[in-house]
Design a protein around this ligand. Structure first.
Ligand SMILES: [Zn+2]
Length: 316
């Protein structure tokens, strides 16, 4: 009898923890219902070159296609949009001597239409990108993702940033077109066979990345994730980005600001797969582009002011 009572006492908190609907409107309270969310190995983090260590054992990650048949389903789950990729790809070479990881799904985090700066979960040298994709995988030592979920490094997630460009990204277009069919929670749609994750990512992009031990970035925030965040962003046009910003969440509101703010690195180590290289150049380039954009806006405002004055002179 005592054993039965003890078992019930042990099970009840687990049930309570996994129950309940979480929301991006109340991130600060996630730790109350899910103790891991208040832990010390949480994600996302700010990826800073100056606190990272080069690990020459971190090699290019290989995404290998296992099967091509079947059409992947894209689902609006009320918190994000998620592409089911079960049994389609494996990740190899993730860590020195590590096993293969099976790709389960990919999903996205973004901001909102009046803000092209924020949206990504990880920061890069203190700056965010407007969109971040997460490719969620689990160790082949486990039968499925559910069994793997709570075990250290049994999950591996690859984060990929997106930066805004003038031209649409053609490799991304099949996903964008499917978004129109999954505007509301619970809707799902097939994605065209033209979508090819390997082609989208490109081979070279898998070489330069940051690596650390972290967590799921949504409740229950299990600290079981081997994180990889690629340094080189993918490209997306404003129209493509806006397709995400028009989706609706589980409260039928616009799905906006679907990102968790960064958590402290704490005593954890941040590794990188590349030596010194030109990463600082990349940061400088990005800041120059942003400054130029600001300058263009200023110039446009001046032009509008001059035209208004001229118009007033003509009218008077
Ligand atoms: Zn995510």
């Amino acid at each position: 009898m005592l054993q039965f009572v003890l078992t019930i006492l042990l099970i009840v908190p687990i049930v309570i923890e996994s129950a309940g609907q979480w929301s991006y409107d109340s991130i600060k309270t996630w730790g109350r219902g899910n103790r891991y969310c208040a832990g010390h190995s949480q994600s996302p983090i700010d990826l800073r070159y100056n606190v990272s260590t080069y690990d020459n054992r971190l090699k290019k990650i290989v995404l290998e296609e296992q099967r091509t048949w079947g059409t992947p389903e894209f689902l609006n789950n009320g918190h994000t949009v998620q592409l089911d990729l079960k049994k389609r790809y494996v990740l190899k070479n993730l860590a020195p001597g590590s096993e293969e990881y099976s790709v389960e799904q990919l999903h996205f985090h973004w901001g909102h239409s009046a803000d092209n700066t924020n949206g990504s979960e990880h920061l890069f040298e203190g700056q965010s990108y407007p969109l971040e994709m997460h490719i969620v995988t689990y160790s082949k030592w486990y039968a499925n993702i559910r069994d793997a979920m709570t075990n250290t490094r049994a999950l591996a997630v690859v984060g990929v940033f997106f930066e805004l460009t003038e031209k649409p990204n053609p490799s991304f277009q099949p996903l964008i077109e499917a978004l129109a069919k999954i505007q509301n929670e619970g809707y799902q749609a097939e994605v065209s066979d033209l979508f090819d994750l390997k082609e989208l990512l490109g081979d070279k992009r898998m070489e330069r990345y940051y690596r650390y031990d972290g967590s799921l970035t949504t409740p229950p925030c299990y600290e079981s994730v081997l994180w990889t965040v690629l340094v080189d962003p993918l490209k997306i046009s404003m129209d493509q980005l806006n397709a995400f910003r028009g989706l609706h969440d589980f409260k039928t509101k616009l799905m906006a600001n679907t990102y968790r703010p960064v958590r402290p690195l704490g005593t954890r180590k941040l590794f990188r797969s590349f030596p010194t290289e030109d990463i600082q150049e990349g940061i400088k380039l990005r800041m120059t582009t942003e400054l130029n954009n600001g300058q263009n806006l200023k110039n446009n405002m001046q032009l509008i002011a001059i035209l208004t004055c001229l118009l007033m002179v003509v009218v008077l």
